[in-house]
Design a protein around this ligand. Structure first.
Ligand code: AMP
Length: 323
């Protein structure tokens, strides 16, 4: 097996290499080293890799190269949440570079329809979005995938967990059969394997790290408590530890209540809540401020915060039992 240690060994376009330099990406991560050469050859890929491994660029680099080489092609990326979608859009725009004429559309639920229609009228060659909203557009015939010969399914296990299976099946009906498909999933339960057999053509399997156990440099601690003890012990833990924290809570209301209780505790904690019912701009602000370390504790529902790319998170606390 050949080992590729630098991006300039992939035979990427000059524009792409310039973008990677601007982004300070010099050495491919393991998932990139495996996926990019295969994807550039046109192969389908079934990849197991988690957020934090560099999987976004592993599919985004070949996707952008595909669009540059095939001027009539369009590409579609399906992702479970708007936050992940935003991270993908951000990487795509950085890879396309400031002078790219390639238009993009970001189609996520909960955002105004008319703004998305405006983006779609400009004939975007890259669509990134969540399956529900993309289906809405397909039904209204405001989007068309006739030329979409490059498809990415990101965090497929989560899309299925969130009940998007029916929507995915519908979207596939609108895509050309002759296409390249890259599918990524943190875990590979049976329904994911079935989906890959149904929709991928002779895929290459790539795996980065373990698909079932957490990363080795993560310490896990379980504290058994009664409901009455929970808040007090949480405060002790927060006081004993340094650095940014995410606390997972089961319900939307629970996130608000806990954030309020932490802020009101006279202990000087700074906290914000995030969940699916918050308005888009509020969610964006909460995430942006967290990234900028304007406050320390993010209290979140699982669905919203899993997979968030925030490098400075030091502790994650599951305050309620996870399903
Ligand atoms: P991801 O797993 O795609 O969410 O990426 C995790 C983080 O790694 C993101 O902040 C990326 O910008 C960063 N990243 C991905 N690939 C590289 C690379 N080859 N060199 C440096 N940083 C990278």
């Amino acid at each position: 097996m050949t080992t590729i240690t630098k991006f300039d060994q992939f035979g990427l376009s000059a524009g792409m290499l310039a973008s990677l330099e601007r982004m300070d990406y010099t050495t491919p991560t393991p998932v990139q080293a495996q996926a990019i050469p295969l994807a550039l050859k046109g192969r389908d890929i079934m990849g197991s890799a988690q957020t934090g491994t560099g999987k976004t660029a592993a599919f985004a680099i070949p996707l952008v190269e595909h669009l540059l080489k095939n001027p009539t092609s369009t590409a579609l990326v399906l992702t479970p949440t708007r936050e992940l979608g935003k991270q993908i859009m951000d990487i795509m725009h950085q890879l396309l570079g400031p002078k790219s004429g390639i238009k993009t559309a970001f189609l996520i639920g909960g955002a105004p329809m008319n703004k998305q229609m405006d983006m779609l009228r400009k004939n975007p060659r890259l669509v990134v979005g969540t399956p529900g909203r993309i289906n809405d557009h397909l039904e209204r015939r405001t989007v068309n995938f006739d030329k979409t010969d490059f498809l990415v399914l990101d965090e497929t296990d989560r899309m299925l967990d969130m009940g998007f299976s029916v929507q995915l099946d519908r979207i596939f009906k609108f895509l050309p059969n002759k296409r390249q498909t890259l599918m990524f999933s943190a875990t590979l339960p049976k329904n994911i394997v079935n989906l890959s057999q149904q929709y991928l053509h002779n895929p290459e399997r790539i795996a980065v790290g373990s698909t079932v156990t957490p990363s080795k440099n993560i310490n896990q601690v379980i504290v058994k408590l009664t409901e009455e003890q929970k808040f007090g012990v949480l405060v002790e833990q927060l006081e004993a530890r340094k650095g940014s924290v995410v606390i997972f809570v089961k319900t939307k209301y629970g996130t608000e209540r806990l954030a309020k209780r932490l802020k009101g505790n006279n202990s000087g904690f700074t906290a914000e809540a995030i969940h699916g019912d918050l308005k888009q701009n509020r969610r964006d602000r909460v995430i942006r401020d967290y990234r900028a370390q304007k406050y320390r504790i993010l209290v979140a529902t699982d669905v919203v915060a899993r997979g968030l790319d925030v490098p400075h998170i030091e502790h994650m606390i599951n305050y309620d039992f996870q399903q």
